[in-house]
Design a protein around this ligand. Structure first.
Ligand code: SF4
Ligand code: MSK
Length: 634
């Protein structure tokens, strides 16, 4: 009955449990919502003022203009750039919180953090022209945090990290007035321009959307990634396990769900506290088992090897296993339904961010200044709740899969070149010689409109089969993990001969887990390094690379898609952007935009057809670069 809902049998099994117990999940609510609003899907409803709401009829005899005179292109463009503002704000506010934590840590005001990534701190200080000689680590970290903070409120000039982009890309941005001036400024300007009666030109609106998206990818997200590496240490490859089967029948199970490792990292520390482990034993549990969901899971997986319980569409299901004592949330991608579902079990949902509360859910406010005591309090709550677990309600699916995660732009450099000759040369040479066709970033969420995980997995398999190296983040990375694609053995099973040879030589999987959604900035940095290494053109748009989000759903994904396109990357989305009611706008985003920024969108729900589009694109780029024919698969 649930075969069409997920490619993951643990999901199917848990959905049967939900059905038997009459618990409604996201999958049921999705069905109940059908048919969804067609005007919304096409992007042509507007409620930006109270003369409306207005809706445009793109096909029939209905209204062609809103009451103020806005047409379908204007309305769809305004709605779309507001989505970018939402996504960029979410990622960037995450970056701001990390900057705050680093600053407070450098001033000795936090409990539970240390500056673990000293090498990264020195590298970043150098990049930001901050003096390092004869200075304490804390002083340098303080100045780095302050400088990053300033990027949010900056009014003029250019964001610092845009200078990481190849020179040619920077010129494209400057020429088209796309270089972001300040992170907050670009988001605010979207809200201004989309107010009734301001910007009515769809191209001009999209221009500001592009600029704001760059302030995310080359601003807020990059700050989040780099400062997290400084605080928590840069990831290196690590083995772990994924899927609901990581929950344990005889241990206290704690789930962390959300996005910011400032919370989850310190929960890891608390869950390993000797006193709390003893306490757990005194309650009859064999230990404390921590697992993650969504991007905060990716963060603590990459740095601490903590198992992953699942991705976006599995959050409710983790509770339905009946084996979770405490389900901790911070911000982003947390379903409002969790409290209600937890009410059917002994599970306590605990919200922690002042920005994200839920009616009826216990709130233990997190503060970086008292991080460790708060984390211990939450872990203690979980231990004390263990006795309330009802054995007859426990259904932990057996599915779990090993994985390797923790690849960064720095590690790729070392991995390929070896310890004494760290370089991107072998990667560039593999592409130039035709052993590797190119590389594709597969990222983004799950969406009940698509069979859960299916599009991620099929697209990934088809690409690696065609000698395309896949890098992945977010919920897509978790889908690949559960399908066994993050193991070196997957190369032999699924990859083309060229990619297989590389994976065998280096000992890496054919699909590289590069972290959370904000870590897509790692992919951007890697591409810059590939250009610097030489032989593959002068700009990101010259490279045989592409991006895909086959099951996306969030505003953050819209922002990511845009900064990929505006960085010169062909980007294939499994679900269309909600713009199809604006014909000129759709044509602009899927074609004309390429003349300005070198990248464009394509919308393709079928993962095999999406793979075909991507392979054709990579081949076209290879031809333009006059690279050798592919060695094995034409
Ligand atoms: Fe209607 Fe224009 Fe107001 Fe939008 S801004 S609700 S289109 S009148
Ligand atoms: S968590 S934004 S559902 S990838 Fe980053 Fe997953 Fe999408 Fe949230």
């Amino acid at each position: 009955m649930n075969n069409e809902k997920s490619a993951d049998s643990s999901v199917k099994e848990t959905l049967c449990v939900a059905c038997d117990r009459n618990i409604s999940t996201v999958f049921d609510r999705f069905e109940a919502m059908q048919p969804e609003c067609g005007f919304g899907q096409l992007g042509v409803c507007c409620r930006n003022c109270v003369m409306g709401p207005c809706r445009i009829d793109p096909f029939g005899e209905g209204a062609k203009e809103g009451i103020c005179g806005a047409n379908a292109d204007t309305i769809a463009a305004r709605n779309l750039v507001r989505m970018i503002a939402g996504g960029a704000a979410a990622h960037s506010d995450h970056g701001r919180d990390v900057a705050h934590t680093l600053l407070a840590t450098s001033e000795g005001k936090t409990e539970g953090y240390a500056i673990k990534g000293k090498e990264k701190l020195f590298d970043l200080a150098k990049e930001l022209n901050i003096k390092t000689e004869n200075r304490k680590i804390e002083e340098i970290a303080h100045d780095v945090a302050e400088k990053c903070f300033a990027e949010f409120g900056q009014q003029y000039g250019e964001l610092q990290f845009t200078k990481r982009a190849p020179k040619k890309r920077q010129e494209i941005w400057r020429k088209n007035k796309l270089t972001p001036r300040g992170i907050d400024r670009e988001v605010v300007e979207i809200m201004h321009r989309t107010h009734i009666g301001v910007d009515n030109d769809y191209e001009n609106l999209i221009q500001q959307g592009m600029r704001a998206s760059l302030s995310d990818g080359w601003g807020g997200s990059m700050i989040a990634t780099d400062l997290q590496d400084i605080l928590f240490g840069s990831p290196t490859p690590v083995r772990s396990v994924s899927n609901l089967g990581v929950l344990k029948e005889d241990e206290v199970n704690i789930i962390v769900h959300g996005h910011e490792p400032t919370l989850s990292d310190v929960i890891v520390t608390a869950s390993q506290d000797k006193e709390l482990l003893e306490l757990a034993k005194s309650y009859g549990a064999k230990g404390i088992n921590l697992a993650g969901i969504c991007c905060t899971a990716n963060e603590i997986l990459m740095r601490r090897g903590i198992p992953i319980a699942g991705n976006f569409l599995q959050q409710e299901l983790a509770i339905i296993t009946g084996a979770v004592e405490v389900f901790i949330t911070d911000v982003q991608c947390v379903m409002p339904s969790l409290g209600k579902i937890a009410g059917c079990f002994h599970t306590k949902v605990v919200s922690t961010s002042p920005k994200a509360k839920f009616p009826g859910v216990e709130h233990i406010e997190f503060s970086e200044e008292e991080a460790l005591p708060i984390a211990k309090k939450i872990v203690r709550l979980a231990i004390e709740n263990y006795k309330n677990r009802k054995k007859e309600l426990v259904n932990i699916p057996k599915e779990k899969m090993e994985l390797i995660a923790g690849f960064t732009s720095e590690y790729v450099f070392k991995m390929l070149g070896g310890k004494y000759r760290a370089t991107y040369r072998p990667l560039n040479d593999a592409i130039i010689s035709g052993r590797l066709r190119g590389a594709v970033g597969i990222v983004g969420c799950n969406n009940p409109k698509v069979k859960h995980d299916w599009a991620h997995i099929e697209l990934t398999k088809e690409l690696i089969k065609n000698d395309v190296l896949v890098v992945t983040t977010g919920c897509s990375a978790i889908a690949s993990a559960k399908a066994g694609l993050l193991l070196p053995e997957a190369a032999k099973k699924y990859a083309g001969k060229g990619l297989q040879e590389i994976c065998e030589a280096v000992g890496c999987p054919p699909v590289l887990h590069m972290g959370s959604c904000v870590d897509i900035s790692r992919i951007l940095t890697t591409l810059c390094n590939v250009i610097t290494e030489g032989g593959l053109g002068e700009d990101i748009s010259d490279l045989p690379v592409a991006a895909a989000a086959p099951e996306w759903m969030s505003e953050k994904a819209v922002s990511i898609g845009f900064y990929a396109v505006v960085s010169g990357i062909y980007t294939v989305l499994g679900l269309p952007l909600p713009v199809m009611g604006g014909k000129n706008l759709t044509e602009y985003l899927t074609n004309d935009i390429e003349n300005t920024v070198g990248g464009k969108f394509a919308f393709e729900p079928d993962p095999l057809k999406a793979a075909k589009l991507i392979i054709e694109h990579l081949n076209k780029k290879r031809e333009l670069l006059k690279l050798k024919p592919m060695m094995y698969i034409k």
